[in-house]
Design a protein around this ligand. Structure first.
Ligand code: ASP
Length: 339
């Protein structure tokens, strides 16, 4: 019989409304499972483990990602799939981080949550959780159908490191602008087999170092020299995610390019990510990005911001050289970027 481990980290899915203030607060995990008696109907063994203190995902930190990855690693042999219950706000960051931390994954790790608490009459939590369990336990010829980190939300399954939270109001909270959905849940589950990650059948490896000495510069017309100067002079800074316009474009002002050159000379990696959700950075397509290729800004191509941040934390946590890191930023490690 298949065995699934549910890891409960917190988020709206497990919250209750405070009668006096109306604010949403976490409550205990067993009460959450009691709200879904249908869980007992699955023909698989379901175990669960909960964070001691469930958290709103806005409080998620890299240490929490390492805790989740360690839990999956420690329980890997005993379980066929994993469902991580998580707040939607930073779910795409956690999913991206887990994809880099869990190398050679061959079992499903499905993150889900909900926009409304499980106790609410119109909650989306039940469908999300039940279908996530079904996906995590789906096999074909004895092998997991989705051997990767994915997000299931409102009838769609997305690759974790390709997804982003794009709506704070709709039940359909996530999109995966540069990669097709991995599955759709209608009357039956329709898997998009050609889009699903192919495992390499190697042994699972847990990577457990993340380096968060990184910063973001989100460009806007009128951004000051002082602001960029301050950021590139942050002590121990190792990388900057530069959020540019359109296909990776930016101002050609001399002071701006000069500051980037200074940063690159200090071995700070500058990774160019577009402010547009869909499409890709193409350095050199316009004059406003041609200097980037010359000075050594790295194209993040069609990576999400969440994948860019967590991939940098992961790569900077390895002992790879700065040159190797720059090469890997442009190649897919876990299907996070189109090659
Ligand atoms: N603030 C909540 C969280 O991310 C929202 C949610 O669960 O969807 O934990």
């Amino acid at each position: 019989m298949d065995s699934i481990l549910i890891i409960y980290t917190g988020g709206t899915i497990g919250m209750v409304r405070d009668d006096e203030t109306g604010a949403l607060m976490s409550f205990d995990f067993n009460s959450l499972l009691n709200e879904i008696p249908e869980i007992k109907k699955f023909e698989c063994n379901i175990d669960s483990v909960s964070f001691d203190e469930p958290i709103d995902s806005s409080n998620m930190q890299p240490e929490n990602w390492l805790t989740i990855a360690q839990l999956i690693f420690d329980n890997y042999k005993a379980h066929d799939g994993f469902v991580v219950l998580h707040g939607s706000d930073t779910m795409a960051y956690t999913a991206s981080a887990l994809s880099f931390l869990l190398e050679n994954l061959s079992k499903p790790v499905i993150l889900t949550g909900s926009q409304l608490p499980i106790g609410d009459v119109r909650t989306d939590a039940k469908e999300n959780l039940l279908t996530a369990i079904e996906i995590a336990s789906s096999t074909k010829n004895g092998k997991a159908i989705v051997p990767e980190v994915a997000i299931y939300f409102e009838y769609d399954l997305y690759r974790g490191n390709r997804s982003t939270k794009s709506n704070a109001e709709d039940f359909e909270a996530f999109t995966s602008p540069n990669y097709p959905v991995l599955a759709q849940a209608g009357v039956s589950l329709k898997f998009n087999h050609s889009a699903i990650y192919k495992t390499n059948n190697k042994q699972l490896k847990l990577n457990s170092f993340l380096n968060n000495n990184i910063a973001t510069i989100k460009l806007y017309p009128g951004i000051s020299e002082q602001q960029i100067f301050s950021i590139i002079n942050i002590p121990d800074l190792r990388a900057i995610v530069l959020e540019t316009f359109g296909a990776g474009n930016a101002s050609t002002q001399i002071w701006f390019i000069d500051l980037l050159i200074k940063a690159i000379k200090k071995d700070i990696v500058i990774l160019n990510i577009s402010q547009c959700e869909g499409g890709s950075v193409e350095q050199g397509k316009y004059e406003t990005s041609s200097a980037f290729n010359k000075i050594g800004v790295i194209s993040g191509k069609d990576m999400t911001y969440e994948a860019a941040i967590t991939k940098l934390m992961y790569l900077l946590g390895t002992d790879l050289s700065i040159q190797e890191i720059k090469v890997w930023l442009q190649k897919p490690l876990r299907g996070e970027v189109t090659f």
